[in-house]
Design a protein around this ligand. Structure first.
Ligand code: NAD
Ligand code: UDP
Length: 339
């Protein structure tokens, strides 16, 4: 089976390529490299000992996408391509609706035209807004507090509508919790542009000496130690969730919406502590005010993923921190130092 991986040069996409290839799938990467480096693909090629077909293009371009389908008989699409910075989405909402929502609509249009009707979509736990209780089940109420989150909700609705219009579509909506970690080789990992928004890359860059001090956003939440609690999931476990979804997708007779999380929440202070243990480095931090829009606690009930995908997260917090550290310490400037 040949799989088109949009956004395949990015953080989650690059890790997923490895597991897809190891599972016997053929892959074609489609990426415009707006938030990725070609070096990530080169590193994946080294890990899997084969070359990877990459087509540079934008999901908003029918012509760019048609080029892929003219060249390849694609059986299914894993759709990672999208913008993901919450703050930027507040400042530039149209950019997010154009890229994430319009881009997905164009992708689906070109897929249908070429009779490819299987899509696995990267959704997010952000669609649960501020949940009334945890752990979070898939049927919890949905809401969004920023344009990024709304773009994910909109795409979920679009893909469900598409199935209603034509039930040959096979749709899997994977709601990721907090992806962290890196491939155990330490050669691929998360490479954020500029100052990281997310906790784990900020911790890693502080430990390696690139940032002076980590700001802990709030210590007065109703949590174990007052700091925010999240469900961190190793990116390789997350990648495996996509392979399992692909393996089973022909059997899914209706759109599937599935949480990918560990079911375990950790606080910011617990993450710092685990990272210090894994790296042997001090992570200096200061308590700062709460970050606007943050919630206290978010973690998944991953039971459904186990039931329908036969999937559960295997890697714990120590492995997440050790692998993040290996990537960060081997590549203090991410992919940039080497291009
Ligand atoms: P990433 O930025 O590393 O990867 C996204 C990739 O898509 C990049 O390689 C980028 O160059 C490409 N891209 C963006 N717009 C494109 C376009 N118009 N045409 C072609 N390529 C385009 O992000 P990631 O962390 O790997 O996330 C992958 C997906 O998972 C995204 O849709 C993201 O919203 C979603 N997600 C991520 C997280 C997270 O914390 N990382 C959490 C939940 C959901
Ligand atoms: N966080 C923090 N300092 C940072 C970045 C994040 O204290 O520099 C906290 C944040 O308030 C939240 C947790 O770490 O409680 C995870 O934040 P992240 O942005 O990684 O994920 P999200 O908030 O999107 O779940």
């Amino acid at each position: 089976m040949k799989i088109l991986v949009t956004g395949g040069a990015g953080y989650i996409g690059s890790h997923t390529l490895i597991l897809l290839i190891e599972s016997g799938y053929e892959v074609v990467v489609f990426d415009n490299f707006c938030n990725a480096s070609k070096e990530s693909i080169k590193r994946v090629e080294k890990l899997v000992h084969q070359s990877i077909e990459v087509i540079e293009g934008d999901i908003r371009s029918r012509a760019n996408l048609q080029e892929v389908f003219d060249k390849h008989k694609i059986d299914a699409v894993i759709h990672f391509a999208g913008l993901k910075a919450v703050g930027e989405s507040v400042a530039q909402p149209l950019k997010y609706y154009d890229n994430n929502v319009n881009g997905t609509a164009v992708l689906c249009e070109v897929m249908a035209k070429n009779n490819c009707k299987t899509i696995i979509f990267s959704s997010s736990a952000t669609v649960y807004g501020d949940p009334a209780t945890t752990p979070i089940l898939e049927d919890f109420p949905l809401s969004a507090t920023n344009p990024y989150g709304r773009s994910k909700l909109m795409v979920e609705e679009i893909l469900r509508d598409l199935y209603v219009s034509d039930n040959e579509w096979r749709v899997v909506l994977l709601r990721y919790f907090n992806p962290v970690g890196a491939h155990e080789s330490g050669t691929i990992g998360e490479d954020p542009n500029g100052i990281p928004n997310n906790l784990m890359p900020f911790i890693a860059q502080t430990a390696v000496g690139k940032r002076e001090i980590l700001s802990v956003f709030g210590d007065d939440y109703e949590t174990i130690d007052g700091t925010g609690v999240r469900d961190y999931i190793h990116v390789v476990d997350l990648a495996q969730g996509h392979v399992n979804a692909l393996d089973r997708v022909v059997n899914f007779k209706e759109p599937m919406t599935i949480n990918l999380g560990t079911g375990q929440g950790y606080s910011v202070l617990e993450m710092i502590q685990s990272f210090e243990k894994a790296s042997g480095k001090k992570v200096p931090y200061q308590i700062a005010p709460r970050r606007a829009g943050d919630i206290a606690t978010c973690f998944a009930d991953p039971t459904y993923a186990k039931e329908v995908l036969g999937w559960e997260a295997k890697k714990g917090i120590d492995e997440m921190c050790a692998d993040s550290w290996r990537w960060q310490s081997n590549n203090p400037n991410g992919y940039r130092g080497l291009i």
